[in-house]
Design a protein around this ligand. Structure first.
Ligand SMILES: Cc1ncc(COP(=O)(O)O)c(C=O)c1O
Length: 385
């Protein structure tokens, strides 16, 4: 039987649309080629203005983890105290990065499926002095969204001197956010809401973050040092590390798509699709992995119902055979459910195919639901607009 490639509905990489594939497939040029130099410059200017940044945007070859490392080492010195909030696996990864760096650190950790609250952060910062606050905007292992808007308002009012670093890997470009809310460093990578292949770290550093870096002694790191990259980002004809030419073409096309859709529309679309996906997963008997009020617009965790006897890997393999790639859970949720990414350049057709594949696989695996149970809920949610 003819089969197309499965839809990639894991929480990154996300579907890469034709025009972005074409941009990546352009003939590779020297990074001194005036066409690249000028497109690179426009791209950086767009990233700065779209997300209302008063500093600099960095586009650097590497994965999201590289961006996490770059984000923290440029603003935290060994004299600083760092508070890391963790809502799951990727928050724990930031704890690991900070502890390997030898930072003086304390943590606030949420139970799996919950978020550290704004009140908890406020209380902790009121009790002890910290210089840097680190958090994950959307925690991909649990599908939880950190209430970032509320947090930045509280921080401005009560702890304005603390520098805020946010892992926005699974949120930037899909979830409401602007740098002028009061975040100092925001970071992401190419394979999530920007809908490009993996390979680029993208960071925004506000004026205060740049000033902080400049006040610090030389870093014991080179590739990720803001000071090495700032001259390139300000004047894209300059060289520090070879830019990922084809991914820069691709990011430029991705940003063109984002501008065409409009950031606010894009944010609304992500929330709308997320609700439709969650309604249909719950109509098929899967429980959400997090409290609904904290459920993110970009990734959902669906926990298997009681008596769902099929082994987790077999179920996901069956969904794959039905034409959609979903992801397994890890940490506390390992084996208990699956994760669906719903971010980037996706549309209702992809959502319908995703839910249809999960539904067919569920029935094939012996789950007692009626054909159409999930699809009906999805269609209803999509029609309600
Ligand atoms: C929230 C979050 N932070 C960081 C990362 C790490 O990114 P990468 O795998 O590109 O290094 C991921 C990856 O999924 C993520 O979801």
């Amino acid at each position: 039987m003819y089969k197309r490639n499965p839809y990639v509905m894991v929480p990154g990489p996300t579907p890469v649309v034709r025009s972005i594939q074409d941009a990546m497939g352009r003939e590779t040029v020297s990074f001194h080629d005036p066409r690249l130099v000028s497109e690179f410059k426009t791209l950086i200017d767009d990233l700065i203005s779209l997300w209302r940044c008063d500093g600099i945007a960095f586009i650097v070859a590497g994965s999201g983890t590289m961006a996490m490392e770059m984000g923290i080492v440029n603003v935290a010195s060994n004299d600083d105290r760092v508070l890391v909030c963790s809502n799951g696996y990727f928050g724990d990864r930031y704890i690991n990065i900070c502890s390997r760096r030898g930072f003086k650190m304390d943590t606030l950790k949420a139970q799996w499926g919950k978020t550290v609250t704004v009140d908890e952060v406020d209380r902790k910062l009121g009790e002890e002095k910290f210089d840097i606050l680190v958090l994950t905007h959307v925690e991909t292992s649990t599908g939880v969204e950190f209430p970032l808007r509320e947090l930045t308002k509280m921080m401005r009012a009560k702890h304005p001197d603390v520098i805020i670093v946010v892992d926005g890997v699974a949120s930037m470009g899909g979830v409401e956010f602007y740098m002028d809310w009061g975040v100092d460093v925001m970071l992401t990578c190419s394979q999530k809401c920007f809908g490009i292949s993996p390979g680029l770290g993208i960071l925004w550093a506000g004026k205060r973050a740049i000033e902080k870096r400049r006040s610090m002694p030389p870093l014991n790191a080179s590739y990720v040092d803001f000071e090495n990259w700032i001259p390139v980002m300000e004047d894209t004809v300059k060289y520090w590390g070879t830019p990922a030419v084809n991914l820069i073409w691709a990011l430029s096309e991705s940003v063109r798509i984002i501008k065409e859709e409009g950031l606010e529309n894009r944010f609304k679309r992500h929330r709308f699709y997320a609700r439709a996906i969650r309604d249909s997963l719950s109509a098929m008997g899967f429980a959400p992995g997090c409290e609904l009020e904290a459920a993110s617009p970009t990734v959902s965790v669906a926990l298997y119902p009681e008596g769902f006897v099929i082994d987790d890997a077999t179920f996901r393999d069956t969904v794959y055979d039905e034409g959609v790639h979903i992801a397994g859970c890890f940490g506390y949720f390992a084996g208990k459910g699956f994760r669906v990414g719903h971010m980037g350049n996706i549309d209702p057709h992809i959502l319908v195919s995703t839910i249809a594949a999960i539904e067919r696989a569920s029935i094939r695996c012996g789950h007692k639901i009626e054909p159409g149970a999930g699809l009906a809920a999805l269609q209803r949610a999509l029609l309600e607009g």
